[in-house]
Design a protein around this ligand. Sequence first.
Ligand SMILES: N[C@@H](CCSC[C@H]1O[C@@H](n2cnc3c(=O)[nH]cnc32)[C@H](O)[C@@H]1O)C(=O)O
Ligand SMILES: [Zn+2]
Length: 426
Amino acid sequence: MKKLIQHVALYQDHRVLEGQNIAIDGSRITGFPEAPKDSEYDEVIDGKGMLALPGFVNTHNHVAMTVFRSYADDMQLMDWLEKKIWPAEAKLTDDVIYAQSMLGIAEMIRCGTTAYADMYDHMDQEARAVEESGIRACLCRGSIGIGPNAQAGLDENRQLFLDWHGKADGRITVMMGPHAPYTCPPDYLHKFVDQARELGAEIHIHLSETKGEVENIKQQYGKSPIALMDEIGVLDCGCLAAHCVWVDDDDMDIMAEKHVRVAHNPGSNLKLASGVAPVPKMLAKGITVGLGTDGASSNNNLDIVEEMRLATLIHKAHTLDPLVIPAETALNMLTEGGAKCLGYTDVGKLETGYKADITLVDREGLHWYPKNDTLSLMAYSANSMDVDTVLVNGEVLLRHKEFTKLDIEKIKAEAERTRKKLFAQI
Ligand SMILES: N[C@@H](CCSC[C@H]1O[C@@H](n2cnc3c(=O)[nH]cnc32)[C@H](O)[C@@H]1O)C(=O)O
Ligand SMILES: [Zn+2]
């Protein structure tokens, strides 16, 4: 299948080029022809009035937590987890995970997301939803090393890797998912590191999310969560670390040296009052940073454009420096930086040979006028409902704001049915 996106503004190398064309063959971008012939393509997409960006990447999610959206708000992280979320999660079943994953994936596609990283349970059901929906995902089985599910976490994560890594036309990859230093003691993390090495898998983990976590880990082990993970070998596997709010200069030096990639979740960090991650410092040290929503129960939406806007704004206020996180840095975190976080080498740029994961944003809304600076408009004025068309792996998943593959009414009905079923047991 050959596709052509015509007459589009192209975001490439941190600048915008007007009046471009993008040629796609199968799953990849094949070039930017100056005078393409429509007849040579199976499908021509009119990109007039639109900005083409590399597909947006959500680097940290628990997608089926949509079921807990508006269920437990205004709580401390540990109270939220221990009193509300973990007891309810114990009742989750395959059908709930599948239906809620579909809902969350649809919400992400509508917001221009083409790839996401996820950590959750019943992951074969989520993988099925990824396969059917057409999105790209980097999945892991979130595993807690204290309590009855410790061995199941290790075993199911291994099985997830064997069953799904590289599947769905290469759209699914699998990492190992030890949940966090406060739920995974060192001996358990050692087992995960061994398993990751054996399989050649990377690790996705929550690190240094709250001040309390860092204080407790320091008290217990005499070092910070980052230093502890380094000692155990977690950072040598290739590590996607969610949050990293409470990291100091020494931690960031280790992160830079070990190429830790950071999933920055400003919405979740604000809502759970975890704090503000030192992202400008991380970037200055050369650390790769992407954006994440975290689960819909601590955000409470999966809108990655909103996360970008939050990221551009909170760091300016927090550092009292309006120069930090300028528009192009924010857009980089949303696209290329996010793709690097997930370990992709041919996703995240609009270049020949790269995967055709493309988000087209409508530039005709009132808030896109007058047209002083497109990059600034995208970073500071746009919202996710401007997303018009979304392609993943060369396939159109959203065309002119309509879903091409997903039955949205059915997805909403199933999300509501499975929510009621779950809550009848809680
Ligand atoms: N139920 C599994 C663990 C699931 S892993 C993913 C876990 O991360 C939890 N989670 C979601 N958001 C956050 C966060 O911001 N910080 C820490 N944990 C979170 C989520 O509720 C879920 O329990 C077991 O017992 O082995
Ligand atoms: Zn999380």
